[in-house]
Design a protein around this ligand. Structure first.
Ligand code: BJW
Ligand code: ZN
Length: 247
């Protein structure tokens, strides 16, 4: 518990009109979803390029699909945690509010967040490599791995953004506008090492926003933080929220 930082964060948020929550894998950690980096992370023991790059996919699509299928199976059984719920609830509190996430798990939406800006796509979307059709697919397990497009028969790929790929343009533009114009950026559960997303923290800080970081560890952007809440988001965000409700 960090009563002082919690109070400081609540004080910053109290009068704010334009707030953005910028999240990474750590916001889902307390739901039981592994993060990417560090001990026990998804990349541990896997060269990242083999699983999350176009080159890795084309070299061995079945291997990559098995990796995503296993994650889909695990995600089908997890629920949003108190951090997702607080961040969803803030859409009723702040006049201008956006959740910008690097996560592909859909847990912000499951907690009720609307208009979530998914920078790295969604594990629940499929994209056809033949005709380009995109569709939502929540069936777990998939009837066939790799899945095939019912329109043209070509293989589909996960609707996520891999290394070396551009982020979806419309989502990027909306996220950039929200972040550049916010008064407070709440950075939750990201190591902030993957660009261009990581650069958003500097964009907000340079434009004059206050930055609140919620993470047990200092991220690579921690030097931009006005307040650092060092602990699990599922415990600390409800404390901030409760404090906000008091004042
Ligand atoms: C808790 C917690 C609790 C734990 N509570 N917190 C500029 C400079 C250098 C490199 C580049 C650059 N621009 C582009 C690049 C290349 C590359 C890149 O950034 N590389 C760096 C790694 C060096 N970027 C790209 O390739 C991007 N594309 C691009 O830039 O296109 C333009 C371009 C094209 C061609 C050439 C050049 C430019 C695309 C990046 C796509 C990232 N994709 C992934 C996979 C998505 C699909 C999937 O899920 O499988 O996205 S990688 C992976 O990392 C995933 C995540 O969204 C992303 C970020 O990870 P995140 O969320 O921060 O997780 P972790 O695990 O790192 O951190 C978890 C944190 O939680 C930790 O801090 C914990 O402490 C904390 N935590 N418990 C709160 N309870
Ligand atoms: Zn197709």
């Amino acid at each position: 518990m960090q009563p002082e930082s919690v109070a400081e964060a609540a004080e910053i948020l109290r009068s704010a009109q334009r707030v953005v929550a910028f999240t990474g894998a750590g916001v889902s950690a307390e739901s039981g979803v592994p993060t990417f980096r560090g001990a026990g992370g998804l990349w541990e023991g896997h060269p990242v390029e083999e699983l999350a790059s176009p080159r890795g996919f084309y070299a061995d699509p079945v291997k990559v699909w098995r990796f995503y299928e296993e994650r889909r199976r695990n995600l089908a059984n997890v629920k949003p945690n108190p951090a997702h719920r607080v961040l969803a609830g803030w859409q009723e509190r702040f006049p201008q509010y956006a959740v910008v996430t690097q996560n592909v798990d859909g847990l912000h939406q499951a907690a009720g967040a609307r208009g979530v800006l998914e920078l790295h796509g969604s594990i629940w979307r499929m994209r056809c490599l033949g005709c380009g059709r995109e569709r939502e697919e929540r069936t777990v397990p998939l009837p066939r791995v790799p899945p095939l497009c019912s329109e043209c028969g070509a293989m589909e790929r996960p609707g996520v953004v891999w290394f070396g790929e551009f982020l979806p343009e419309v989502v990027m533009a909306a996220a950039f506008a929200a972040i550049e114009g916010c008064e407070v950026l709440v950075v939750v559960g990201t190591s902030a090492v993957v660009y261009p997303a990581a650069g958003f923290v500097e964009v907000a800080a340079t434009a004059g926003a206050k930055v609140i970081e919620v993470n047990p560890e200092a991220s690579s952007m921690a030097h931009f933080a006005d307040v650092a809440l060092r602990g699990p988001a599922g415990e600390l965000l409800p404390l901030v929220d409760a404090r906000l409700a008091e004042i």
